[in-house]
Design a binder for this molecule. Structure first.
Ligand SMILES: N[C@@H](Cc1c[nH]cn1)C(=O)NCC(=O)O
Length: 461
């Protein structure tokens, strides 16, 4: 008779350590995600970019995920081959993509001229950001699956909240650091715009090393549960499972809520520093510090709300409240007379609460709707839907700014300065909140009908 061994997930030290390691890898990715956001005014002044170029570069994030279905392939690979192979591949992809972005911004080779009608620098950098987008998204679904693997039936929402909180430290760093860093490392009054990207490359390499470390823990976990590297026939993911997932109404409501909610947050962050400068007249050096309060707020609140969901339930209600708050905050950003920077600070803090509420309930709700063997693909499909918004929204806002919102354009000492009115872009962001409320209400009703248990606690007594 074989001895009954305890799963490694029963060890608190092991599962929280595993969480810390993979969360660090995500932090490094989230830094690169926003590293050029605070640099928008500098890129316009010193590299001749316009808002269209900036929107094009940021929209590239979703190109390969959306059109080449890279995220969905990533999810299938994740369910078929496992977290170790997929996570390593994702970490390496992030490094390759960021390498290309660095080459473009640093101008490692001459960047004059056009490629398919797009400035060469923008085309190469956007290609890099697109490749990075594949890596970071697949890393995201891999880490979600890793967390379910270690925390199912335990502190699942708290663990997911802590992972997001850690990752958002990367976002906060990316919003607050690049502008002063580029200025401090510049020479002769010319900022060093590529330095913050180089820092990100170094961080990504550290993230890859951390993930390699995690693969050893993952092997130990499987050994402790008597699982070999082979996925057994019965449990194996089948491509036909995709049809099972997409015929589930609850899945679609969650995916739609995801794309609407996140379209009001992540693309907003790309423009938030510029909004602070143009609407609230905040100086360039501090403009990134205000939006960086948003991820800082989520660092405490996402785990807190996650823990409430774990113990008390009310996941669907939490998502509804978050959606209502998203609408209110963006609507207040829209009002032209509310242009004191204190109001901007207060709204960003409120947006931080919103940005903690919805994710803390959304991601731990997926395993309540979809079985574990299909989870990688389900997360991938949700992120795929989300990527349409992450791709389309920056492009839309960039074009709207360029076409309808320029209020003045001047050249001082050979440096061009463009000013924008952000009323219309903020109204577009507010619309995402309004639509999200409708979907959150439908999800709540569907949960009642189908009994997914979104209002029930995650911890099984
Ligand atoms: N799509 C992922 C990862 C991501 C981060 N920034 C842009 N995409 C995601 O949404 N993860 C959940 C989260 O709340 O960060």
């Amino acid at each position: 008779m074989s001895a009954i061994t305890q799963s490694l997930r029963e060890s608190k030290t092991a599962r929280w350590s595993a969480l810390a390691i993979v969360s660090f890898t995500m932090l490094t990715g989230y830094y690169i995600n926003y590293v050029i956001s605070p640099l928008k005014p500098m890129l316009e002044q010193y590299m001749g970019w316009d808002s269209g170029d900036f929107g094009f570069w940021n929209s590239a994030y979703g190109w390969f995920n959306v059109f080449f279905l890279m995220l969905i392939f990533g999810g299938i690979i994740l369910d078929k081959i496992g977290v170790r192979f997929t996570g390593l591949g994702a970490a390496i992809t992030m490094i390759i993509g960021t390498g290309l972005q660095y080459i473009a911004i640093e101008g490692v080779f001459p960047m004059e001229g056009m490629i398919f009608g797009v400035k060469k620098q923008i085309a190469i950098g956007a290609l890099g950001f697109g490749i990075f987008g594949v890596g970071v998204e697949i890393a995201g679904i891999t880490v979600s699956k890793i967390i379910v693997k270690w925390f199912k039936g335990k502190e699942l929402a708290l663990a997911m909240g802590l992972e997001m909180a850690t990752a958002r430290m990367g976002t906060a760093l990316a919003l607050a650091l690049p502008l002063p860093m580029a200025k401090a490392l510049g020479t002769g009054g010319i900022p060093n715009i590529s330095a913050p990207v180089m820092l990100g490359l170094a961080l990504l390499v550290a993230g890859l090393i951390a993930f390699i470390w995690y693969t050893f823990m993952d092997k130990k976990l499987e050994a402790s549960e008597g699982i070999s590297d082979e996925i057994n026939e019965e449990d194996a993911f089948k491509v036909s499972d995709i049809f099972v997932i997409i015929s589930n109404k609850g899945f679609w409501l969650l995916a739609l809520l995801c794309v609407l909610f996140y379209s009001g947050i992540f693309p907003f962050l790309y423009y938030a520093t510029d909004l602070m400068i143009n609407k609230y007249a905040v100086g360039e050096d501090f403009a990134g510090a205000i939006p960086s309060l948003l991820p800082f707020g989520t660092i405490l609140l996402t785990p807190l709300f996650g823990s409430i969901y774990d113990r008390k339930g009310k996941g669907a209600t939490i998502m509804l409240i978050g959606s209502i708050m998203l609408l209110c905050v963006h609507a207040l950003f829209t009002i032209p007379v509310l242009n004191h920077y204190i109001i901007a600070v207060a709204l960003i803090i409120l947006l931080g609460v919103t940005f903690s509420l919805v994710p803390s309930a959304m991601w731990p709700s997926v395993p309540k709707i979809i079985p574990e063997k299909q989870l990688g693909t389900a997360y991938a499909l949700i992120f795929w839907v989300q990527n349409w918004g992450l791709m389309g929204m920056p492009l839309l806002i960039g074009l709207v700014l360029e076409k309808y919102c320029i209020t003045s354009q001047e050249v001082v000492d050979g440096v061009s300065k463009i000013s924008y009115d952000y009323t219309l872009p903020m109204a577009i962001f507010a619309a995402t909140g309004l639509l999200a409320i409708g979907i959150a209400l439908l999800l709540k009703a569907e949960d009642k009908k189908k009994g997914y248990g979104l209002e029930l606690p995650n911890i099984q007594k």
